[in-house]
Design a protein around this ligand. Sequence first.
Ligand code: NGF
Length: 293
Amino acid sequence: LERFKGITIAMYACYDANGEISTEAVKQLARHYVGLGVTGLYVGGSTGEGMLQSVEERKLVLEAVMEEVGGELTIIVHVGAAATKDSVELAKHAEVVGADAISAVPAIYYRLSPASVERHWQAMIDSTSLPFIIYHIPQTTGFQLSTELLKRMAAQEQVIGVKISSESTFELQQFKAAGGPEFLVLNGPDEQYLAGRSIGADGGIGGTYGVMPELFVKIEQCFREGKMKEALEWQNRVNEVITGLLALPSLYGGCKAILKLRGLDIGEPRLPLLPIPSEAMDEVARLNEKILG
Ligand code: NGF
């Protein structure tokens, strides 16, 4: 399970000037993250705008990632969708192209019972032999994962962990206790990376890592070496940037604008996620400077 621990970047969606998937930009961005000390990439999640893309587009993105960095970075693919059928199709595709693991939120839109979510996840698990990572993000899905359901899921060898994007570190600790020592718990809120690690997370998956991977790698290294004071200094620096990013019209738009300033053009987010207006570009430039330090 070591290959899933540490820093996993939730990769941004990459579009061309017409808003279509750019496999070239996907490859460029994926390559950009090799050699920095990060563990891997989380493809097609919240940050990756998977929910705003068709099944065919999501397959194209994953194929480009695998072609470029498969074997060099651990690739976890988010296959969550509104319909179980689509998730199963994406899960099977993930296995064919050689991804390391699949992951999924509960199905979105309908208010679902735990039994329904369990069937949804189980269908994906049964359709492949890939490891499965539960994606818990109740603030967007409205589904509160109980420790009972987590325990039932974790009892299967194929279910290796949970990515927890709720902001409660207590819940994170409870999930770790419920899943057992071998069950991976991956921190979601980037602004609480160190807190999550301190209370039992094995690493994290985050959307702001992609504009400052080196800083998150520093937090992780310091934590591993027991240098907690230094780790906190890095976390505080990261949090100043996140505070600025969250004040922009859109978080992912802001991250993409920062990458563009550095010469990596991956387009704008897809609507309904907003692009960054030109009047906010001074702030984007300030945040970029802050990261580069
Ligand atoms: O986007 C959210 C919503 N959380 C992400 C992360 O937990 C999920 C987090 O990185 C994710 O990255 C993904 O699935 O792609 C935040 O963007 C970050 O902490 C800033 O608040 O909660």
